[in-house]
Design a protein around this ligand. Sequence first.
Ligand code: ADP
Ligand code: MG
Length: 255
Amino acid sequence: MAFDAVIEVRSVSKRFGGLLAVNQCSLEVERGSITGLIGPNGAGKSTLFNMVAGNFPPSSGEIIFDGQDITGLKPHELFKLGMLRTFQIAHEFSNMTALENLMMVPGDQPGESLTTLWFQPKKAATREAEVRQKALDVIDFLKLGHVKNELAGNLSGGQKKLLELGRTMMVDAKIVLLDEVAAGVNKTLLNDLAANIERMNKELGYTFFVIEHDMDLIARLCDPVIVMAQGEVIAKGNMDELRANPMIVEAYFGG
Ligand code: ADP
Ligand code: MG
């Protein structure tokens, strides 16, 4: 089958004053893959991610999402197109239950703002019942049923991460961007998180693009893995191939 890219980064650069943080990077994320992005500190990973996610535009180059040029589009516009990024549960959401947190995620039906629904109470009630059911399905999938009525602020670190992942499942995401999702999560919970990412990928068909420092997690989840160093993409392969490549070992694993 032909390569089916969800994201294509074409010759993208980003300059911060005199610093070329990302230098003519090209890469692709294949539909259905869990693609990893690794590299030493300062390699340009977050800068590249921020451009893909619409946090700021590239200095030059193009970013294509599902065949559409999205260069310069803002995060909320990308959200509508189906590109989601996990975020830490904001402080103001910590006083809502896990279930309510999921129900807060905007629905996927364009044009149905709360105001228009407000004038159609019956439709609004149906919509709320649908959203609640979807939230319950997500809770079920992530095996969070026992804490669904707990305040999000009282959940463990790992449960919060699962809830963050759950929020991406409330809309029909074409791709989920994960930025250092393992940071601060203990090994057992990390295992849980990884298992759920795998299930979302295999059972539900989600595509993931992942920046991660935890090499065990990258090795377990990601194929392919793209390596950046000094603002450039220097290699792509599975983790075994990369670990066997002397140039990568030198540039990244420190020889
Ligand atoms: P990584 O995520 O791989 O560690 P970054 O993308 O965060 O790398 O950073 C790449 C380079 O760009 C670094 O030298 C960093 O200091 C610089 N940089 C990142 N963001 C900014 C910014 N907003 N302004 C100026 N320099 C930045
Ligand atoms: Mg970074």
